[in-house]
Structure formats: structure tokens, C-alpha cells
Design a protein around this ligand. Sequence first.
Ligand code: B16
Ligand code: MG
Length: 214
Amino acid sequence: AQKACIFDLDGVITDTAHYHFLAWRRLAQSLNIPFDEEDNHRLKGVGRMESLAYILDKGARTVSDDELASLAHQKNKDYQDLITGISPTDLLPGILDAFAWLKSHGWLVGLASASRNAPQVLAGLKITEQFDYVADAGAIPNGKPAPDIFLDVAKAFGLSASQCVGVEDAVAGITAIKSAGMYAAGIGDAAVLTEADIVLPTPEGLPEQVFSIF
Ligand code: B16
Ligand code: MG
């Protein structure tokens, strides 16, 4: 039967998390709200408006809807400036080998990133053409940990969840894959990604340890 691999972007294919961190910290500092790496870790895989809500909540701040929109816009402008220099050298180890294996074995390849900037990041990495389908984060009603974005990709492929492997680095992302009923490969620490079916420290080994046994 046809199979598909559905990738998360940030933390799996490349490390944009650091750029998100710099942009969020700058915004938080402008509001006099402390923001550190630990906060950033909690925002992995969490959408833009939800992340902003977390920061405002941390500072016990409430703002008008207009100000909310302008703060989100400011963060995104800073983030987009930071990612203009992204190039293929920013790919995480093993990712190109994973794409090559999937192509040669006839799998479909999808992207399930919460980032509305995903198309720009893929273009900078020069991997746009590796994907048969890229979910539009802005068109998905419920963000991770809801399964919606992974189910959207499976639907676009006309596949059932049991034919799909999801690859994620975030706890919220692994929960999304498991709620979708898919096999979940975690990238990171097994002690953190406890819901995953298998955890690898980096994408290296995906073909041998995940794809070929699925
Ligand atoms: P944007 P992923 C997520 O990407 C990031 O992990 C998260 O930190 C970010 O807030 C979110 O995308 C939204 O990004 O502001 O660019 O729309 O891990 O789902 O690929
Ligand atoms: Mg991620």
C-alpha cells in the first residue's frame, strides 16, 4: 500500500527555534516581560497567537485586540528578517538522506508545520520540490496538539492515518500525531517525548530505524 511521511519543520528539518527565540525575546523585552530559553522550549510547535498569549500571561498583561495584532505583527517582522539568510547549510543532519530514501521507495512526503512562514523557510533551504503537499497552517482551525494539521496532509494524499508516519520534535506535535492515529517518530530526548513510538536524537537513522520497518 502507498505510504507517506509527514514532517514537522522547526526542530526536525532545520533549527528555526533559535530565530523564534530571538524574535520573541525582543518582543518580551519591549514589554518588560522576562523571556528565556525555557519559555522558548515551551513554545515549540505552538502557533504565533498562542505563543503571544503565553508571554502576555507570564507578564500578567492584558491588551486590546488591536495591540495583540500589532505585537504579533512586530514579532513576525523580526522573525522574517532573521530567516532571510537561511540556506541549505541549515538543514539538520540526515534530512537529505531521508528525502532520498523516501523518493526511491515511492513514499509521499508532506509538511505539517504550524509556521505560516514555512514556504519561505523551505525555499531558503532549497527543498520545496521534495514535498508532494505542504499544509497551510493559516487554514487549519486547531493547532497542535490537535491532530488537524496531520489529518489535513493525510486527506490531501487520500491516505488513512495507518499509512502515515509523522516526525516531530515537540511534545505538542507528538500528541497531535498520536491523536491523528499515526505512527510517531520523535526527534530529541526519549525522556521528554514519552508518547512517541520511537525517538531518535537527530533525523539521521530515520530510513533504517523508522521507514524501513514501517
Ligand atoms: P509562525 P513547527 C512552529 O513551527 C514553531 O515551532 C513555533 O515556535 C512557532 O511559533 C510556530 O511554528 C508558528 O510560526 O509565527 O512562523 O507562523 O515546529 O510547527 O514547524
Ligand atoms: Mg517543531
